[in-house]
Design a protein around this ligand. Structure first.
Ligand code: ZN
Length: 292
């Protein structure tokens, strides 16, 4: 074999070898460039979307802010039993609702108000419209004491027997009488609650339907002190202390007849429940109420 043939064969061999090596080395690079995974391409080249990050931050802030607000103010309304089941939570969760029917009364209501203010307590007063007209100054005192003024009908009648028109006027005449008294005091208008406590606890389908139509809540109770039966103060206190639990809605009366025993009992009840760590928000609020 001549030298030139050997040289030619060697060149051919190395050329083929280099081609094979180039082919092998270039294969993976070519394949990555041809089909880049979307995640790699976007994470390396596209900057994070600042709007999305800001939006997420805002959502988180809103969410965590709402959580705080619910715990501080409305937790009781959302879940009345929490105070008992989660003793480690904030004390605001242990509360009862005090409610007074049949006022306003010029003799007894101011004494009740005085005691509530002294104990930093709020209550809902379910007032009778015709008494509102007679004792407007007592309604003003209620509002100025930071209490909630709710509805107990104009004539203290059984609502279940009324037509729509009759129901409408029983509620609206009472509400308007209260609003008229508070008109010169715009800051106090928030003390008017759209809650109706049906006299005698008398409810039926019509009452629920009509109340809903007027955007009223129907406010019943869960703990009757029976003060309306003429019990002595000690018996009224016992009725409360025996049955009270977080979220209870306590029924008492500040009008209709002599309420001296209720007033006496209220002082002891407020004192004892305060020692036990209870707070006293109003049942009927601008945003709703507990449904039992
Ligand atoms: Zn009543």
């Amino acid at each position: 074999m001549s030298n030139s043939v050997v040289s030619y064969l060697l060149k051919l061999f190395f050329s083929v070898l280099i081609c094979i090596l180039l082919l092998i080395c270039s294969q993976p690079i070519t394949s990555v460039q041809a089909t880049p995974p979307m995640e790699i391409a976007s994470s390396g080249e596209v900057p994070p979307d600042r709007n999305i990050v800001a939006e997420f931050g805002k959502l988180f802030a809103d969410w965590s802010g709402k959580e705080k607000a619910v715990n501080a103010v409305g937790a009781g309304e959302m879940n009345p039993g929490n105070g008992e089941s989660n003793p480690g939570n904030s004390v605001e969760e242990k509360f009862v609702y005090l409610t007074f029917d049949d006022g306003p009364d010029p003799d007894w209501t101011p004494l009740v108000l005085d005691m509530l203010v002294r104990h930093n307590a709020q209550a809902a007063f379910f007032v009778v419209g015709r008494s509102v007209k007679t004792y407007p100054e007592v309604i003003l005192q209620m509002a100025q004491a930071g209490q909630m003024i709710a509805n107990h009908s104009y004539n203290h009648v059984s609502l279940s027997e009324l037509s729509w028109q009759g129901f409408y006027y029983e509620l609206k005449d009472t509400e308007n009488a209260v609003r008229e008294i508070l008109t010169p005091y715009p800051d106090l208008e928030q003390q008017v609650g759209l809650c109706i406590r049906p006299p005698y606890g008398d409810v039926n389908g019509n009452v629920w339907t009509y109340a809903y139509r007027l955007q009223y809540d129907v406010s019943m109770w869960s703990l009757d002190t029976l003060d309306w039966t003429g019990l002595k103060a000690e018996a009224i206190v016992k009725a409360v202390m025996d049955k009270v639990k977080p979220g209870a809605i306590i029924l008492m009366h500040d009008g209709g007849k002599d309420r001296s025993e209720t007033v006496k009992a209220l002082g002891l009840i407020l004192h004892e429940l305060t020692i036990q760590g209870y707070h006293f928000p109003a049942l009927c609020t601008a945003t709703g109420q507990v449904s039992q």
